[in-house]
Each structure stands twice: as structure tokens, then as C-alpha cells.
Design a protein around this ligand. Structure first.
Ligand SMILES: [Zn+2]
Length: 680
């Protein structure tokens, strides 16, 4: 009778497939590097001889692939036969289908032959119990195609049984069978990883003794002249049919030790229900030693659900929580950018960065949109205005209904935050109603407490943010956040719009390289929004016509400028020096994988052109100069109140007044000199 073995059937945990998909997306990307995994054979429900199998009683060995199969601690598993192999994850369904299956198995068989020849199998017999799986995961639709292969090393002519299967009771006394169990248990205790799949049984009929030893002891035992049986832990559920690993054992015995006529003990251990069977004695005859050119890998691919030779498909989409699916899908395109274009893109880090948007108007809405696309998930709005009828067309977080119902600014901010969460379920968005105190807007005595509370709240929000966007609609409202961000060395991205021009810039922060006095805050590495000005910010809302008040701009300008602001922020976060990075220009660049990290971009929609500009920090800047930062650091609120209340305070405090006075004096001197020289 020829030896026949159906390939085992796989039973895998859906989490294993999810883990594979995650590894493909995050770590492997386009790599086809196979990953090692470990699975185990489950104990079968025995099908009695002669009866047909039913669905509840599988007729095949069942391979269990657990959720943690990729990082299973094999040494922790004692009561199962383990199988190891590799999972190869393909990049396209076509390459998965077109894989040369024959060559694939041949490569594995060649490797197994090498392990037999090198003696590795004797030391680790589980190398003969190997399975491999090929996978294609459709990451978008959560469909996984997989196909298990159980490589079998075969002779050109299959081994045959020399006799019918014998029960152990027929060939051993009950005392010897008892010794066999004890010996096997001893082997189990001393084994490191799972149940040893193969072993030898040394029988001394004269002394009526039986001992169980590791496979590697065979050559020594054979020399002693004792009878040796080859033991094999049989998980086959069929009484009449031994399991699939027997085939590889027979090949091994022939190739390694030139054995062509062996007696095999199929050890069937059912300790879970206290029933132990150890029966079936097999003989296998093989004419000659198998050499490498006589190995023939049989087609041992698993059958699919239809009972045909083909891959199985697991569609996990129906089991996905829709919210989780939305969250994962939202990140998919970003993570795919890491496959080819930006391997070092840190999407995980972006999702944890806390973004503070000062201004929830047109710019705030557009910046929030871009941040969401980039995978930022922590967004805080600060504003004080309410939604007006003109807003929804440009401010996409608001709708017409909001103009009717949202008469209070705190409610409108919450609406904006809620809408963001409706787009991506894992968005953490919140809004704070806060009026940013401004220079040139004097604080009445009775309002001083509230204004200082607003200052404290703003300082606290900036302190806890990782990225600040300055998106307010007046120049003077940007002064206090600029000062606070510089003081706290926080990255601040400023966006300002004209009618058809914009400026997007990242503000500098105090640079330790500029430190001269350890007690003093040093000057910044780059300029801020106010560094180009020779006048302090003042109340710009007086005497303005409606078109000036509403910042009439070309509608495309805000989305363009907002997108550039977020792109600069992402580049900044990926730069090793962060906010201390010097400004790259097209000629001089350090940059990141994303390209250059500029200081500022000035855009001109009338000519559809952008210019990359670098602005030096100005030592008399009214917002970020060291002299201003140090005065604020020592005098705190008293300094701020004077800045809000006294018209020329900042110009004097920053040294701007003196500088202008000196400049005028120089001009006068120069003019006097000119006049003198002209005199005859
Ligand atoms: Zn400045």
C-alpha cells in the first residue's frame, strides 16, 4: 500500500492577517523579505477506522496560526507540535498569482535538503515540519488572499507499507508501553520548543525494556545492535492514515542515514482527555538512498474553501468597526507615501503633535483642512468672532445654518471642532473663545483682570502646543502670540494675506548659539513678522472701509497660503534641528527628505509666482528681539499692560526710537556735509 497524506488544513486567526497588513504598510512596504512565523498543530478528534469523516470531525491535520504567530515565543509552548516557516507578502495580486509555485517549493526543498546534509535536522527535527504561506493583502479593502504550502520531500516512487498497520499492543507488552509513555514524557520535559515531532524508541526485547531518546541518538543506538523504532508524533485524525510529516521523516532517514526499510511508531498522544493511544507500526521500504537529484517535491499546497487547488480569501471588511476603518483608511495614503517617496516620513509623530490655530476664520479653516490631510489629529482653535452670513462660502467648517443658530462665538468654535471630528473620527479638536490682547488697544481699568486672564490662557495654550499657526486678521493681534512663542521657543507659522499676495513664514526662536550672557535670552535665529517693521503694531481697525475690514482677498489665496503653511510645518517637524534650523534657499540648502526648509514664502497671485525669502532677525524688533523678550521675562504683565496701553512704549522699549533718532541725526549730518562741500 502506498503512503498517502493529504496536506493539512490551515485555520488562522483574523488578527494574524491584520498584523501582516500592518507590517506590510508600515515596515516592509515594497520589500518581499519573508517573515518567519510559528504555528502549531491542534490535537485531532479521532475518526474511527472505517467511518466517513463529517464536517465536525475534520479528516485533515489542522494547522493553527494564532494572532501572535509572527512573534510567538516557541519556548513557552510545551503541548503542541510546532511548525515554522516563512510568510511572503506580495505587492500586487498579479505577482501573487503568477508566482512560480513549483520553483517556490523547489527552493524550500533545496534548503531542507541542505539542513539534512548539514546535520541541523538531527539537532532540531522540527525543521522537517515546515510550512510556508504566500499572501497578498488588499490594504484598501481589507481582503487577504493567502495560500499555505506544506513542503514534502518525496522519492520519485512513493514509499510503501510492508505490512498492515499494527497496534502497539500487538508488538509490545503493556509494561513496555507504560515505559514508552514515561520515556516520552521525559523527552517532553527536557525539550525546549514544543513537542519534539520525531524521536527514537530503543527496544530491548530480552530485557523487556523500552527507552525514548532524541533523534540525534540514532547512530550510537544503531551501533549497539538494539532494535530502534522511529517515533513520530502523529496529528492525523484518520486512524488508517498517518500524518503529513511522516513523509519528510522517511526522506530524511533515507538521505541522512541511508535507511530504506524502517519501522515507524505513530505516537498519538491525547493527554487532554486522559486517553493515550500509541499504536500503528509502519514499515516503509525504499530501494536506494535518496540523493539530491532524486528529490521530488510533491504539490502540497492547501486546497481552498471550494476544495480546489487555489488561494483562500479572507474578507475582513464586514468585521471592521466602521469608525476604525475610517481612521485607518484616512491614514492609508499618507503611509503609502513612505513606500517609495518618503521612507522617513513620521506619520505617527504628526498624529500626536498638538496644533494651536490662532484664528478660526478662512485661514483657520483651510489650515485645519490641510493639517487633517497630513494626519494631524490634535487641533485647538482660538477665536472670538461669530459666524456671519458671508463666512460659509470661504470657511468650509461652517454652514448656512450656523449663521442662523450660532450667534455665540464659543458655540461656533465648538461647531468647527465638531465638524473636524465628523470628518475623521479620531480627531481631537476643541475650541477656546479668547480675545487676544493687542498693542494699541488700551485696556480699561475694569477689564484688566479679564485681559490678564486671557493672556494667561493664551500663554498656557502656547506652552502646551507643539505647533502654533498665527492666522488672525489684524497685524497687532499677532504681536502677543509672536512674543510668547519666541519666549517659549515654540515653532510659530505665520500666514498673512493681502488682496492677491500672501506671506507664509516660520518665526525664529532664541538661538543658544547667539548667547552671550547665560542670564539673558539670546537673539533669535530667524526674523519674525515684525522684524521688517520700523513702527510698532498699533490699532489698525480704526478708519477702515468695509473692504479693508473684511480683508478682501482673491478666494484662491487663502487655501494656497494655508497649504504652504502646513507644508512648511511638516518640513520643520522633519528637520533634525526643528525650529533652530537655518533657512534653506534654493542655492543653499540643508533640507529634509521633503526638500528645502525655507524661512518665508511670498506669493503673488497676479503673476502666479512664489519667492523664497530669508529675513534676518532685527535687533530692535518690537516682538522677538532679545531686548523685548528679556523685558517681558523680567517684568511680565506690567510690561504687557504698558505695551497695550501706551502708544510709543514698544518703540522705546525695543530701542527703535533711539535707532530712528540716530538715523535722522546721521541724515542731518550727511545733509550738512553735502551743503558744506558745495560751498565755494
Ligand atoms: Zn521679530
Amino acid at each position: 500500500m502506498a503512503l498517502r497524506h493529504p496536506a493539512p488544513a490551515s485555520s488562522l486567526d483574523a488578527s494574524f492577517l491584520s498584523r501582516i497588513a500592518s507590517l506590510k504598510l508600515h515596515d516592509l512596504r515594497l520589500s518581499l523579505r519573508p517573515l518567519p512565523f510559528t504555528a502549531s498543530f491542534c490535537l485531532p478528534h479521532r475518526v474511527p477506522q472505517g467511518s466517513s469523516s463529517s464536517p465536525s470531525q475534520p479528516s485533515q491535520e489542522r494547522l493553527v496560526v494564532a494572532a501572535d504567530a509572527l512573534d510567538l515565543d516557541a519556548s513557552a509552548i510545551k503541548r503542541a507540535v510546532l511548525t515554522t516557516g516563512e510568510v511572503t507578502i506580495f505587492n500586487t495580486i498579479e505577482s501573487f498569482k503568477e508566482l512560480d509555485k513549483k520553483q517556490f517549493l523547489h527552493n524550500i526543498a533545496t534548503e531542507m535538503c541542505r539542513q539534512i546534509d548539514s546535520g541541523e535536522v538531527e539537532e532540531n527535527p522540527s525543521l522537517l515540519v515546515r510550512c510556508d504561506v504566500i499572501v497578498f493583502s488588499d490594504l484598501k479593502d481589507y481582503k487577504h488572499y493567502y495560500w499555505f504550502a506544506f513542503p514534502a520531500l518525496c522519492f520519485p516512487d512513493p514509499p510503501t507499507l510492508s505490512d498492515s498497520i499494527l497496534s502497539m499492543e500487538d508488538v509490545m507488552s503493556s509494561d513496555m508501553i507504560h515505559q514508552l509513555h514515561i520515556g516520552y514524557n521525559g523527552l517532553l520535559e527536557s525539550s525546549g520548543n514544543g513537542i519534539p515531532p520525531f524521536f527514537i524508541v530503543v527496544e530491548d526485547k530480552d530485557a523487556n525494556t523500552v527507552s525514548v531518546k532524541p533523534l540525534s541518538h540514532y547512530p550510537a543506538c544503531a551501533q549497539s545492535g538494539k532494535q530502534v523504532l522511529f517515533g513520530f508524533v502523529d496529528h492525523s485524525p484518520l486512524q488508517s492514515n498517518p500524518g503529513w510529516p511522516l513523509r519528510n521523516l522517511l526522506y530524511f532517514l533515507n538521505r541522512r542515514w541511508s535507511l530504506s526499510d524502517v519501522t515507524v511508531l505513530c505516537y498519538r498522544d491525547f493527554s487532554e482527555n486522559m486517553q493515550r493511544e500509541s499504536q500503528a507500526e509502519w514499515h516503509s521500504r525504499q530501494g536506494r538512498r535518496a540523493d539530491s537529484d532524486r528529490v521530488k517535491e510533491t504539490l502540497s499546497w492547501e486546497l481552498n474553501q471550494k476544495g480546489k487547488l487555489g488561494p483562500r480569501c479572507a474578507d475582513l471588511a464586514p468585521f471592521m468597526d466602521p469608525k476604525r476603518r475610517a481612521i485607518e483608511s484616512a491614514d492609508l495614503n499618507l503611509k503609502l507615501m513612505r513606500w517609495r517617496f518618503l521612507p522617513n516620513l513620521d506619520t505617527e509623530s504628526l498624529s500626536h503633535k498638538r496644533c494651536l490655530l490662532l484664528g478660526a476664520g478662512t485661514l483657520g479653516c483651510n489650515v485645519a483642512r490641510s493639517l487633517t490631510s497630513w494626519g494631524f489629529r490634535k487641533i485647538t482653535f482660538v477665536d472670538y468672532g461669530k459666524v456671519s452670513y458671508s463666512n460659509p462660502t470661504r470657511q468650509w467648517l461652517f454652514e448656512f445654518e450656523d449663521c442662523l443658530s450660532l450667534s455665540r462665538s464659543d458655540v461656533s468654535l465648538q461647531a468647527a471642532a465638531d465638524r473636524l471630528s465628523r470628518i475623521v473620527p479620531n480627531m481631537e479638536a476643541e475650541g477656546f473663545e479668547l480675545s487676544i490682547p493687542m498693542p494699541g488697544h488700551p485696556v480699561a481699568e475694569e477689564l484688566q483682570g479679564k485681559v490678564l486672564a486671557d493672556v494667561a490662557k493664551l500663554a498656557d495654550l502656547i506652552q502646551h502646543a507643539d505647533l502654533i499657526f498665527l492666522l488672525t486678521d489684524t497685524r497687532e493681534s499677532r504681536w502677543l502670540p509672536t512674543l510668547l512663542c519666541a519666549c517659549k521657543s515654540k515653532p510659530c507659522i505665520n500666514v498673512a494675506l493681502g488682496f492677491d499676495t500672501f506671506v507664509v513664514m516660520r518665526h525664529g526662536v532664541p538661538d543658544p548659539a547667539n548667547a552671550t550672557d547665560p542670564q539673558q535670552i539670546p537673539s533669535c535665529n530667524l526674523g519674525c513678522y515684525f522684524c521688517n517693521d520700523v513702527v510698532a503694531p498699533m490699532n489698525s481697525t480704526r478708519n477702515r472701509t468695509l473692504d479693508q475690514q473684511c480683508t478682501a482677498t482673491r478666494p484662491g489665496l487663502s487655501p494656497i497660503a494655508s497649504s504652504i503653511a502646513v507644508e512648511i510645518a511638516v518640513s520643520l517637524l522633519h528637520h533634525p534641528k526643528g525650529c533652530l534650523a537655518q533657512a534653506d534657499t534654493e542655492e543653499e540648502q540643508e533640507g529634509t527628505d521633503l526638500g528645502i526648509l525655507p524661512h518665508q514664502i511670498r506669493g503673488f497671485l497676479s503673476s502666479f509666482s512664489n519667492v523664497v525669502v530669508q529675513g534676518r532677525p532685527f535687533k530692535h524688533c518690537t516682538a522677538c528681539s532679545a531686548v523685548i523678550l528679556n523685558q517681558y521675562a523680567t517684568r511680565g504683565n506690567e510690561f504687557l499692560l504698558r505695551a497695550f496701553n501706551e502708544p510709543n512704549f514698544l518703540e522705546e522699549a525695543s530701542g527703535l526710537t533711539d535707532m530712528l533718532r540716530e538715523g535722522e541725526a546721521l541724515m542731518e549730518d550727511w545733509e550738512d556735509d553735502e551743503v558744506e562741500e558745495l560751498e565755494p
